[in-house]
Design a protein around this ligand. Structure first.
Ligand code: PLP
Length: 387
């Protein structure tokens, strides 16, 4: 009999090293309960249960604008920011408005699996460009752009997860960001910057965002409360030029629906305005950093020679490259027989064959003991296959 699976696809009793979301104890349940109860008692009912403004909850917009201007000297105003149904809702909205079927878009290789899924849904030509430890390889991007131009094509946008990328954990360097912006100006494509891991950083400051480096020109920057509060709230934000924000806000979807998830947005606004969020983010960083350290120590201790992996300074993920003699399909089958589940590298490439020797491990979900145990089992299985 097939073992029971939870809504996130987690098989009961298994070690889900693939699960890229927070575990139960990392969600601020009591604080949210308190905020919601107080909200009901105050001006909540109208605000919580009715249609909202098309641009999103105005208190949340004000909070985020002030935070970005304080922390990043971004110099934005409320016309530059709108509330969206999670970063995913933003990627869908942008793709719908900026592309037609058959248009080309640029992505990293590997790139975030679910963004690739959205681009496939829209029947786009997805053009992958390799990354290395500093992010996108600019010479390969230039080659891809020349090739597309020779075929009479201009990509509509470049989709990038600039910080602690999903799946690799890699952060793109400032120099590379600058070089990509120059090429975007030369070839006229937009940059869609999906920055959901920005706040989950364990070390020093990050390079400036594409949005900041480009002075806001032709960059659409997405963020989310999924990684720093709770993914079930489905609340994120988009920062872009005032004209672009106006066009998105004027879409039929937002006009009819009264803004993105008004109930959740009002709860998030109340939570943030209670000053609870910054402390929670700081606490989360410590929790995730410890899990990252446990995972890296377990990899150091149990992986046989020939396996390489990234050492992310934030985010949720570690990316492994297996020796050529170890196929990810065989490892996956053997791991599942031992009740260990990881994300195969194949889903993160436009051509799955490119990921046939890669896999993604997540350290966001599992407590220390299971994280260690799962990685030890994987190390043992790889050693068996290579023996
Ligand atoms: C790069 C990236 N973008 C977006 C998301 C989803 O964000 P949201 O829950 O805000 O839709 C994830 C979650 O795994 C992600 O890794």
């Amino acid at each position: 009999m097939k073992p029971e699976a939870t809504p996130q696809g987690i098989v009961a009793g298994s070690i889900p090293l693939f699960a890229g979301h927070p575990s139960r104890e990392l969600l601020p349940v009591d604080d949210l309960q308190r905020i919601i109860s107080a909200g009901w008692a105050g001006r909540g009912v109208g605000r919580y249960l009715n249609y909202g403004d098309e641009q999103g909850d105005s208190q949340l917009i004000d909070f985020l604008v002030e935070r970005f201007n304080r922390n990043e000297t971004l110099g934005i105003s409320r016309e530059n920011l709108m509330i969206i149904g999670g970063s995913t809702g933003g990627v869908g909205m942008i793709t719908q408005q900026l592309t037609r079927p058959g248009d080309a878009v640029l992505v990293d290789a590997p790139s975030y699996r679910d963004a690739l899924h959205i681009f496939r849904d829209h029947r786009l030509e997805i053009c992958p460009v390799p990354i290395d430890d500093d992010g996108l390889v600019v010479s390969d991007l230039a080659r891809m752009l020349r090739r597309l131009a020779a075929a009479g094509k201009a990509p509509r946008f470049y989709y990038v997860v600039p910080n602690f990328q999903n799946p690799s954990g890699i952060t793109m360097s400032r120099e590379r960001r600058g070089a990509v912006i120059e090429l975007s100006r030369e070839y006229g494509f937009a940059i869609v910057e999906d920055d959901v891991y920005n706040d989950i950083r364990f070390g020093g400051p990050l390079p400036p965002s594409f949005y900041e480096l480009a002075g806001g020109e032709n960059v659409l920057r997405l963020g989310s409360f999924s990684k720093t509060l709770a993914p079930g709230l489905r609340i994120g934000w988009l920062i872009a030029s005032a004209e672009r924000v106006r066009r998105f806000v004027d879409s039929g979807m937002l006009r009819m629906g009264g803004g993105a998830n008004p109930f959740s947005a009002a709860v998030v606004a109340d939570y943030c305005r209670s000053d609870a969020w910054e402390g929670h983010v700081e606490w989360l960083r410590g929790q995730y950093r410890r899990r990252r350290d446990v995972a890296l120590a377990a990899l150091d201790a149990s992986m046989p020679a020939g396996v390489d992996w990234t050492r992310p300074a934030g985010g949720y993920f570690i990316w492994l490259r297996l020796p050529q003699s170890v196929g990810v399909d065989e490892l996956e089958a053997r791991a599942q027989a031992r009740n260990v589940y990881f994300a195969s590298g194949k889903g993160f490439f436009v051509d799955p064959v490119a990921g046939a020797h890669h896999l993604r491990l997540s350290f966001s979900f599992l407590p220390r003991v299971e994280l260690q145990a799962g990685i030890e089992i994987l190390g043992g299985l790889i050693a068996q296959i290579t023996a």
